[in-house]
Write a protein that binds this ligand. Structure first.
Ligand SMILES: O=P(O)(O)OC[C@H]1O[C@](O)(CO)[C@@H](O)[C@@H]1O
Length: 439
């Protein structure tokens, strides 16, 4: 067969798209080991929480739960045996878009499989297939198979939220001091919050009890730090009073997103913060609208007085629409952001109304920069490939083989002392681009 089914025993060539086809890539490790493990764990959780789920969805959901577990297990076998990816089925509006994206994969390889498709496509397709399993049932259409893991992570992270929340509250109530340094500290707390994703750790996040505000010693791990530029963009007066945050994980990371947004509102750097959430359960810990509101509710009823106070104020922001939660199915399409205007021009234009857009996390980074193995010195602007709805900040701990905007020689220096540096989340990036192209 002329098909690229087998793969090559080599690293991803420079400028090539990330794919498990290259067997010495992290994409390959992820498809071979991590994705099947995530599916096994998902089935496990459903099985362990069966009684709880029956109470939520009713006794009549028992058969559906069994079917979902069988279908997810079959999906795992499809990955492990490298079966061609089939079209998605269902009535949801994103199904046709997914199938269009699948067709585009088929232009490159006539039978896309998990091991020869673009890595981003393979991962997104897997998560979308989990939702498809649920959509096909009568009783579980609204079930979030990751809900228990997300809730558990939230409660375990409370010990880190307390010091971060106290830091914020003290700064907001204290004498007006150096706004820039407070903002940059919150930005960095927010950056390191991105270590806490459940798909990297399969739920085994280590919550070290050190106060997460004591982060100065971590500056040496920030390989590119454009925080001063981010501050300039936020603090300048423009026509726009909106800041957009494209969210990633719930739990501690979402809490730190909210701290940053509170600082922005309280100090009048914007009148409106729009939080973009995922419309379906995604990469285990990504924030959905339900997670967002659940988190605010938990804070409001929290025993810790600082967290409760923040919860009260933040719930009020939602009530008076100073904060809004925005859904758009583009965020869970397997499409990189250079193509956003083509797939969802309304979203591109909506983002254009913001003075600053903050993109959170690893997968957003991969989508921003086109999921390619760029030379790591490639400029941020060039790697965005025309995606410039407004000024962009990206905050991301590095968990995949895609990095741009580094000074010459830095990647090689780090590689020498730490050859896992691209996948552990130990290093971080705060990057900024001020190019703007209205469409
Ligand atoms: O929550 P984040 O930061 O987007 O990261 C999600 C995970 O997805 C990946 O990009 C691929 O699975 C990982 O490298 C990372 O652990």
């Amino acid at each position: 067969m002329e098909e690229k089914h087998i793969g090559l025993d080599m690293k991803t060539p420079i400028n090539e798209s990330l794919t498990a086809f290259y067997q010495r890539s992290f994409a390959y490790q992820c498809v071979k080991f991590r994705l099947p493990a995530i599916l096994s764990q998902t089935v496990d959780v459903i099985s362990k929480k069966k009684d709880h789920l029956l109470r939520i969805f009713g006794e009549e959901s028992e058969e559906d739960l069994k079917t979902v577990m069988i279908e997810i297990s079959k999906l795992k076998i499809e990955i492990l045996t490298n079966k061609p990816m089939r079209k998605l089925v269902g009535e949801s509006p994103d199904i046709a878009l997914y199938n269009k994206a699948l067709n585009l994969q088929s232009v490159k390889v006539s039978y896309p499989t998990f091991f020869n498709a673009n890595w981003l496509f393979a991962e997104c397709y897997m998560y979308r297939r989990i939702t498809e399993c649920l959509e096909q049932t009568k009783t579980l259409k609204n079930m979030d198979p990751f809900q228990f893991q997300k809730e558990d992570a939230f409660f375990r992270a409370l010990q880190m939220m307390a010091p971060a929340g106290t830091f914020l509250q003290d700064k907001l109530e204290g004498e007006a001091e150096d706004m820039e340094s407070t903002f940059i500290k919150l930005l960095k707390i927010n950056l390191w919050g991105n270590k806490c994703d459940l798909s990297l750790t399969l739920g085994r996040i280590k919550y070290d009890n050190d106060a997460k505000t004591d982060i100065e010693h971590m500056d040496e791990y920030i390989l590119c730090d454009d925080s001063n530029h981010v501050w300039d963009a936020l603090s300048e007066t423009t026509d726009s009073n909106i800041v957009d945050i494209v969210l990633d994980n719930c739990g501690f990371e979402l809490f730190t997103d909210m701290c940053l947004a509170d600082f922005i509102i309280k100090n009048k750097y914007a009148e409106h913060v729009r939080f973009y959430v995922k419309s379906i359960p995604w990469y285990i810990s990504d924030t959905t609208a339900k997670d967002f509101h659940w988190t605010l509710h938990q804070l409001k009823i929290c025993k810790n007085s600082v967290l409760k106070k923040l919860g009260d104020r933040w719930n009020n922001y939602i009530r008076i629409k100073t904060w809004t939660v925005e859904e758009d199915n583009f965020w869970t399409l397997p499409v990189t952001y250079k193509d956003m205007a083509q797939w969802d021009i309304a979203l591109y234009r909506k983002l254009s109304a913001a003075k600053l857009i903050i993109f959170k996390g690893d997968v957003n980074y991969r989508k921003l920069f086109g999921e390619k193995n760029w030379p790591m010195t490639k400029s941020i602007k060039a790697a965005l490939q025309g995606f410039h709805p407004s000024k962009i900040c990206t905050l991301r701990t590095i968990k995949a083989h895609i990095v741009c905007g580094l000074p010459v020689g830095l990647a090689e220096d780090i590689e020498e002392k730490d050859n896992d540096w691209l996948i552990t989340g130990k290093y971080g990036l705060i990057q900024f681009c001020d190019a703007v192209v209205k469409k």
